[in-house]
Write a protein that binds this ligand. Structure first.
Ligand SMILES: C[S@@+](CC[C@H](N)C(=O)[O-])C[C@H]1O[C@@H](n2cnc3c(N)ncnc32)[C@H](O)[C@@H]1O
Length: 288
């Protein structure tokens, strides 16, 4: 995945009300768990695959007001993402440093952090890469410290009644590309962003690399048309759903197909606006 070389465009989705709301709810839950288990403060936080810094920012905002602001390390393989994250996180932190690397290769200091967060990104890695990444993160967290992650790409993330929406979006996107004479460039292995592993798999993975699993819960969100258009335009999402096509045309076609697919298959809220429910897995693990 050549994220370094393509335009980084996660921010529009990360800024949607739905994304902020569901991630805020998850992060508040994490902080409540940490506080309720007797933590008195957090000195150092690492946010891996930080994107535009949404999770670190929400986390820092959720900490008890009396706690000192932590030192924050941002890790992402996209330099553009780190640049955008730094702007968001700096006002909330004592200081911010960054490492541009893939999480499965990153060199972190031994027992250097009280908390590691990996928001909305673990599913982009293959099972082997996930294990390699967690084996790097585990020793970087001090004893008694925490590992927090979430993902809306698990087996439970797409309720069965929402599957027709995804199928329709892809079918309409492919028809749109065909109507413009665009064909698949290559047939390749399915990227890991379209692999939906069950919660049970993640619990097992955490235990296997030596974490103690404290909590795994599911948080539901209603995502409306604009949010779907933003996420569908995000290259990693679009090429995961529509593999074999170029990144730019895949994004265009996936965006185009949201409107007709959600009109046809969306559930309706009290104001008759169509939405699709998506379930986030939120996990808390600890080094004990
Ligand atoms: C969907 S965004 C999530 C960003 C942020 N953590 C959040 O929750 O909003 C995924 C991020 O993971 C980064 N990423 C994907 N694979 C990665 C890897 N193997 N190592 C480091 N970063 C990676 C991408 O560059 C992107 O910024």
């Amino acid at each position: 995945m050549q994220e370094h070389e393509t335009e980084y465009e996660y921010e529009p989705f990360a800024q949607t009300e739905e994304y902020q709301r569901v991630n805020r709810e998850i992060v508040h839950g994490w902080v409540n768990t940490i506080v309720s288990q007797g933590a008195g403060g957090i000195r150092a936080l690492v946010d891996v695959a930080c994107g535009v810094g949404t999770m670190a920012k929400l986390f820092l905002e959720s900490l008890p007001a009396a706690w000192p602001r932590p030192v924050v390390t941002l890790v992402d393989m996209s330099p553009k993402a780190i640049e955008q994250a730094r702007v968001r996180v700096e006002p909330e932190a004592t200081s911010v440093d960054s490492i541009c690397a893939r999480v499965q290769d990153v060199e972190l200091p031994q027992a250097g952090y009280d908390v590691a967060i990996w928001g909305n990104g673990i599913h982009y890695l293959t099972a082997d890469e996930q294990e390699a990444a967690l084996s790097r993160l585990r020793p970087a967290i001090r004893e008694g410290g925490w590992f927090l992650f979430n993902s809306a790409f698990t087996d439970e993330s797409r309720p069965p009644e929402t599957l027709p929406f995804y199928r329709a979006q892809i079918a309409k996107a492919v028809r749109y590309l065909q109507s413009r004479g665009i064909r698949r460039e290559r047939v390749e292995a399915r990227p890991s962003s379209s692999t939906f592993l069950p919660a049970e798999y993640y619990a097992d993975l955490l235990s296997r690399v030596g974490f103690s699993v404290q909590e795994i819960r599911s948080v539901a969100a209603q995502l409306y048309q604009t949010a779907w258009e933003h996420i569908s335009g995000f290259t990693q999402y679009a090429t995961g759903a529509l593999h074999g096509y170029g990144a730019e045309v895949a994004s265009q076609a996936m965006r185009y197909a949201v409107g007709p697919a959600i009109e046809e298959y969306g559930a309706r809220d009290a104001e008759d606006r169509p939405y699709i429910q998506r379930n986030w897995l939120a996990a808390v693990a600890r080094v004990v």
